[in-house]
Design a protein around this ligand. Structure first.
Ligand SMILES: Nc1ccn([C@@H]2O[C@H](COP(=O)(O)OP(=O)(O)OP(=O)(O)O)[C@@H](O)[C@H]2O)c(=O)n1
Ligand SMILES: C[C@](O)(CO)[C@H](O)COP(=O)(O)O
Length: 230
C-alpha cells in the first residue's frame, strides 16, 4: 500500500425494513437516544480513518434531511437503488471524482449500529496488504443442518460455513467493476459475492458477534443491550 492510499466508506441506507414491521424504515427507529443510522455513522466516524462516508438514501426518504449528522463535513449523500447492491454501486459512483482505483472502500450496512472502531481497524489491519480484500464474518457455534421444508437432509461441516457481516473491504476500482458486472443479479446480496462471480476468493476476518444486523423487531432490544455493554 502506498501512503497516499485513502479509505472510503459506503453505507447502504435505502431499505424499507419490511421484516421489522415498523412505522418507518428500521434505520430511523430510535436506539439509545439516536436513530439507528446515526449510531452507525457515529461508529464509522469514531474510527477516524475515512476520507468520506457516502450514505445511499431512498429518494422517498423524508427523514434523512432532519437528522443533524446528514450535514457532517465527511458525509456524502447518494441515491439509493432498487436492491442493496444498487445502493452500494450508487454510493461508489458518488465518490468517483475523489477515489482512486487502488483506494480501499469499506461497505457497511446502516442496519448494523453496534460495529466498533476496533473491528474496523481489525479488518483494515488484516487486509491492508491483501491482493483481493475481504469481510468480517462469524463462525458457527451451533450444529448446522441442511433442510428441505421442515425435514433435515443432513448435517453440514460447520468449519466451512461462516456468516457474512459488514464492513466488507475491497479496492474501489475492482469493487465498482464487479458490482457493475453483477447488476440485476439477485444472488449478489453482499459485496463479496460480486467479487466471487469474478472468480476471486475474498478473505474472511473473524468479527465481533455483537455486530448484529437489525432485521426483526426483537433485534432492537438486543442492539440496545450491546451498545450499553460496549
Ligand atoms: N434497496 C436497498 C435495500 C437495502 N438497503 C440497505 O442494506 C442494508 C441491509 O439490508 P436489509 O437488512 O435487508 O434491509 P432492508 O432491505 O431494509 O430489510 P427488509 O429486507 O426487511 O426490507 C440496510 O441498511 C438497508 O437499508 C439499501 O441501501 N438499499
Ligand atoms: C450484507 C449482509 O449484511 C451480509 O450478511 C446481508 O446480506 C444484508 O442483508 P440482506 O437481508 O441480505 O439484504
Amino acid at each position: 500500500m502506498t501512503d497516499t492510499t485513502k479509505f472510503w466508506a459506503v453505507v447502504p441506507a435505502a431499505g424499507v425494513g419490511k421484516r421489522m414491521n415498523a412505522d418507518r424504515p428500521k434505520q430511523y427507529l430510535l436506539l439509545a437516544g439516536k436513530t439507528v443510522l446515526e449510531q452507525t455513522l457515529l461508529r464509522l466516524l469514531q474510527a477516524d480513518v475515512f476520507s468520506a462516508i457516502s450514505v445511499a438514501i431512498s429518494e422517498e426518504d423524508p427523514y434523512w434531511p432532519e437528522i443533524p449528522i446528514s450535514c457532517h463535513e465527511k458525509i456524502i449523500t447518494a441515491a439509493g437503488g432498487k436492491e442493496r447492491a444498487d445502493s452500494v454501486l450508487s454510493g461508489l459512483k458518488s465518490i468517483r471524482d475523489k477515489a482512486s482505483d487502488d483506494d480501499w472502500v469499506l461497505v457497511h450496512d446502516a442496519a448494523r449500529p453496534c460495529l466498533t472502531a476496533s473491528d474496523i481497524h481489525h479488518l483494515i489491519n488484516a487486509l491492508i496488504d491483501d491482493e483481493v480484500g475481504g469481510i468480517l464474518a462469524l463462525s458457527s457455534h451451533d450444529t448446522l443442518k441442511n433442510v428441505q421444508g421442515n425435514s433435515i437432509l443432513g448435517t453440514l461441516d460447520r468449519s466451512h460455513i461462516w456468516r457474512a457481516l459488514t464492513p466488507q473491504m475491497f479496492r474501489y476500482g475492482r469493487l465498482k467493476k464487479a458490482l457493475e458486472a453483477a447488476e440485476g443479479n439477485p444472488a449478489v446480496t453482499d459485496e463479496a459475492s460480486a467479487l466471487e462471480l469474478l472468480g476471486l476468493q475474498p478473505k474472511i476476518v473473524e468479527g465481533r458477534p455483537d455486530n448484529i444486523k437489525i432485521t426483526r423487531p426483537e433485534d432492537l432490544a438486543l442492539a440496545q443491550f450491546y451498545l450499553e455493554q460496549q
